[in-house]
Design a protein around this ligand. Sequence first.
Ligand code: AHG
Ligand code: MN
Ligand code: MN
Ligand code: MN
Length: 347
Amino acid sequence: HAAEAQRTDLMTITRHVLNEQSRHPESRGDFTILLSHIVLGCKFVASAVNKAGLAKLIGLAGETNVQASKQSTTTRFHGEEQKKLDVLSNEVFVKALVSSGRTCVLVSEENEEAIFVDPALRGKYCVCFDPLDGSSNIDCGVSIGTIFGIYMIKDKDNVTLEDVLQPGTNMLAAGYCMYGSSCTLVLSTGNGVNCFTLDPSLGEFILTHPNIKIPKKGKIYSVNEGNARNWDGPVAKFVEKCKYPQDGSPPKSLRYIGSMVADVHRTLLYGGIFLYPADQKSPNGKLRVLYEVFPMSFLMEQAGGQAFTGKQRALELAPAKLHDRSPIFLGSYDDVEEIKALYASES
Ligand code: AHG
Ligand code: MN
Ligand code: MN
Ligand code: MN
């Protein structure tokens, strides 16, 4: 039976990106090299996550990044100091990116300041990343991920903070890797969205979901409803409509994992909307513009969906600081239209 035959022509992520580069002869192999270093970081984290329960690589639940510091970055296990998984992941990504020789500045959720690469190792790319997203889910084995966005820097010999604080519309490529029941890497280089699955026996990401398009309308909404009492009018109305639709349509299902990567991945494949709104307690929401909001918004648009902040198209934000936050509503085109209409009628 043909469909059951072993596939022998494997589209690896490297082969795919090399093919795509024929569209950009000016970038030659640089982007492929950069990406292969990101992929190495993802494989390392995938392997560490698989062993998290075993090796106690993980620490006590809790965050140790610049937004929630003051906790130790290591934990004791059998008398040995072990780095927490998010700190370890960050180190791996920073080293992989620097050693690629293709980056000049890095922004990580785990580092207060931008990292300017030594001039001898400088290349033309800027990478903004969240090395391990969903850290509250590490200790219970729920899906977590890595998110990244890539920009080109004008002049790598004179790189400044301004080069990093670009609007998302300048992004060249973005993606995430989800460490879930399988390890999946979703990537867009500005020509649609493709999803690759890690074949552990080959150690290669193989193209499994080519040219993903998000359903135009979804049946799922995804939000932390525990924050409901602090929501503004449009968000409260939107969620009310999800539960009690007035147009005869069935109510939507609620799915919320609490790992942005996993919630966005489901949204991309099944359709629906993911919301992390502003509320009275956090007027800018929770998620960070450079390495959470921008890459996910880029992917959503590339898949035919939308990403909105409550005020504007998310990719048109101009961040003022490295760790700026923004409210975000992203997903199926029609679902985001609805929340846009609610905000428009409010003002
Ligand atoms: P991080 O683990 O990198 O700090 O990010 C966690 C984020 C994101 O993954 C998720 O969407 C969100 O926090 C969940 O927040 P709540 O627990 O407030 O719902
Ligand atoms: Mn963290
Ligand atoms: Mn995060
Ligand atoms: Mn993180």
